[in-house]
Design a protein around this ligand. Structure first.
Ligand SMILES: Nc1nc2c(ncn2[C@@H]2O[C@H](COP(=O)(O)OP(=O)(O)OP(=O)(O)O)[C@@H](O)[C@H]2O)c(=O)[nH]1
Length: 647
């Protein structure tokens, strides 16, 4: 009796701890799902397959709807989902920031009117930096759910993803989400979707992905409106490779969409792009984690591992065929084009080899990153990386820190400029390589900078502010049109051409603050145009610091020079001698501050003959000096680089 009285509370404590452990496990790592019956892909011919993506502007609810669909089809249960909202956002950075950065695939099995269907869903990111992920994902689909937030209406990325889906000829199912919110205006937003996309309001499904209301209608629409893939089991094998990741044990794991033929474990295949041959060692579907199957049938989407050692062998957009039976490759898609470059250096120069290894590994899971080596006199050996935008850059940095424990310094982002010489044109993505002077004596004929066509959607009352903002960032060809003509709540779409270098600095923050958060922004590459640019260098005690060099427009020389010199003055500790801090364009000094002399007497305040204590303080000082970068004869602390380059 006594023992029983003790045992019960003990059991409860153990159960509670187990629950807590389970929750913690769910919230930090990928989820393991209770294994269901082995899936026979042969049971799903083309007519019961539906391949679709969820596309929308950022935060309109794609991942929440994907979760709801996984739940409704029984692919995951509420318990398995647990505290882990947004099952398909698997990366730590996605969970912390609440954004999707990598498209994820999940297959679901669903019974409808006595027939079992195989649904392949691809959840896509919404931010403009990851638009390449969206177009890649849509290549494996026949339909797309176009989600619009019923409180915000059509936003800039809603329009761009709509056009990507239309260009690919996909069936679009329009969905208005968040109708549970008091501020939602489904009727007004439906009218807006009609005026912007020509969508019949009767075709729009009204849902709340959060509460689940209306989500069953979305499932029904997927089955009844999206056409099945047209693929044949008789035709020669054609598998379209649209994504890949790296697994330490199996090498490259690729996601493929089977356009024709059947792919089985043990099959010998070859790549149209590299001509290399492989053997399938693992095959299956994402359910939503990897679920091995015997084969992938025509029209299905799944993963394969085939002894590919190098990630570069998995060419995104490649066509795989049976070895010895070549086929015509399917049209691939435009490779990702880096818009922003930055140098990444280890905080401790001795860590370079480890950092380079980590960068290469991470780049294997993110194929849009370009990697080359670079070296700087101030920062030592490092890598120069090309990204699709500054958010992409920041996410990559965070993943390096989270997943590889790296401690890095990232230099200011720069866009790729074209330097036109008399006999050739060179693309320069590192300010160090930019010509020092562009005067009549130099061989440089012209400098060109990348420009983008930007679109901003904003309530009418902010139009003036937005136009000002665009002008102050060297915007040209400004134009606008009203999106909805319905009285007071009119919204305007402003379009213009902007230099990319203006977009990658603080443009987005200013846009949000000057429109009280209402403006949405999207842009796409619009080529190059001649521009009046020069290289600005920063000198400490007369010595240039290469890692701080910038490319600036003539009109902003003074302003940028002064701001950076002030910033440097604030973060560089005083030295034992006076240090002039200067910004220079060519030989011309455009801004200057002077750091007055100072000697840190770390032994001040120690009286008497405490020799050992004095020595300890002096040694500490020596150690902290070691952590500084020596530029000429000036010690620059790592924090100086951090705080300067962070902005
Ligand atoms: N009230 C309400 N909130 C919702 C609904 N759907 C999504 N949300 C919330 O909206 C926010 C964004 O949802 P996500 O599903 O992460 O949006 P997303 O489109 O996947 O975001 P990105 O992948 O970053 O573009 C989250 O806080 C969700 O909880 C809904 O129907 N009602």
């Amino acid at each position: 009796m006594q023992a029983e009285r003790w045992r019960r509370p003990c059991l409860e404590v153990v159960q509670r701890s187990l629950q807590r452990l389970e929750q913690r496990h769910f919230s930090t790592c990928s989820i393991r799902y209770a294994s269901s019956r082995a899936i026979r892909t042969e049971d799903f011919p083309c007519d019961v397959i539906r391949n679709f993506s969820v596309i929308a502007h950022i935060d309109h609810g794609k991942s929440t709807l994907s979760d709801r669909l996984l739940e409704l089809t029984g692919t995951i249960t509420k318990r398995e989902k647990g505290v882990n909202a947004q099952v398909l956002d698997k990366l730590k950075v996605e969970r912390e920031r609440g954004i999707t950065v990598k498209a994820q695939t999940a297959s679901m099995i669903y019974s409808f009117q006595g027939t079992q269907y195989l649904l392949n869903l691809i959840d896509t990111p919404g931010h403009v930096d990851f638009a390449w992920e969206v177009s890649r994902s849509l290549a494996a689909c026949q339909g797309a759910l176009l989600l619009v937030d019923a409180t915000q209406g059509v936003q800039a990325q809603s329009i761009s993803v709509y056009h990507i889906a239309r260009e690919r000829g996909l069936t679009i199912i329009p969905v208005l989400n968040k109708i549970d919110l008091p501020a939602s205006q489904p009727e007004v937003m439906a009218a807006q979707m009609h005026s912007t996309f020509g969508i019949d309001p009767k075709d729009i499904i009204h849902i709340s992905a959060k509460t689940g209301k209306g989500v069953d209608q979305v499932l029904e629409a997927i089955l009844t409106r999206i056409p099945p893939p047209t693929a044949s089991s008789e035709a020669p094998l054609k598998a379209f490779l649209f994504d890949s990741s790296y697994d330490r044990y199996r090498g490259v794991v690729s996601l493929v969409s089977i356009q024709d033929g059947i792919l089985r474990k043990g099959d010998k295949i070859a790549s149209c792009f590299t001509r290399k041959k492989y053997e399938i060692i693992d095959i299956g579907i994402m359910h939503p984690e990897e679920e091995p199957t015997e084969s992938l049938q025509p029209g299905q989407v799944g993963y394969i591992a085939c002894n590919m050692k190098e990630s570069s062998e998995a060419h995104i957009g490649d066509t795989l065929h049976r070895a010895g039976a070549p086929v015509d490759p399917m049209p691939g898609f435009k490779p990702a084009k880096a818009m922003v470059y930055a140098g990444i250096f280890p905080v401790d120069s001795n860590d370079f080899i480890k950092l380079e290894e980590s960068i290469k590994r991470l780049a294997l899971t993110d194929r849009s990153v370009e990697v080359t080596r670079e070296s700087s006199t101030a920062l030592g050996q490092g890598c120069r990386l090309g990204f699709l935008g500054t958010l992409h850059m920041d996410v990559f940095r965070q993943r390096l820190e989270d997943e590889y424990n790296a401690n890095v310094i990232v230099t200011a982002p720069t866009v790729p400029y074209k330097v036109v010489y008399q006999d050739r044109t060179v693309v320069v993505s590192n300010p160090t390589d930019f010509p020092d002077s562009i005067d009549s004596g130099s061989k440089v004929r012209e400098i060109q900078e990348p420009v983008v066509s930007a679109s901003i959607i904003v309530p009418q009352e902010y139009l003036g502010d937005m136009m000002d903002l665009c002008f102050s960032h060297r915007g040209e060809n400004l134009d606008h049109r009203f999106l909805d003509t319905s009285g007071s709540a009119s919204r305007v779409m402003l379009t213009c051409t902007l230099p990319l270098s203006e977009v990658v600095t603080d443009f987005f923050d200013k846009l949000k603050s000057r429109s009280s958060g209402f403006a949405s922004f999207d842009y796409e590459d619009a080529g190059y145009k001649p521009s009046n640019l020069s290289k600005m260098t920063f000198l400490l005690n007369g010595k240039p610091v290469d890692a701080l060099a910038l490319i600036v427009h003539k009109s902003a020389e003074q302003e940028i020079g002064r701001a950076w010199v002030k910033k440097l003055h604030k973060v560089i500790p005083r030295q034992i001698f006076e240090v002039p801090i200067q910004a220079a364009v060519g030989r011309r000094i455009v801004a200057r501050e002077t750091l007055s002399a100072y000697r840190a007497d770390v032994t001040a305040g120690l009286y008497g003959g405490h020799y050992e204590r004095k020595l300890k303080h002096l040694n500490n000082q020596k150690e902290s000096k070691k952590r500084m970068k020596r530029v000429g004869n000036v010690d620059l602390p790592q924090e100086a680089f951090y705080s300067i380059l962070k902005t």
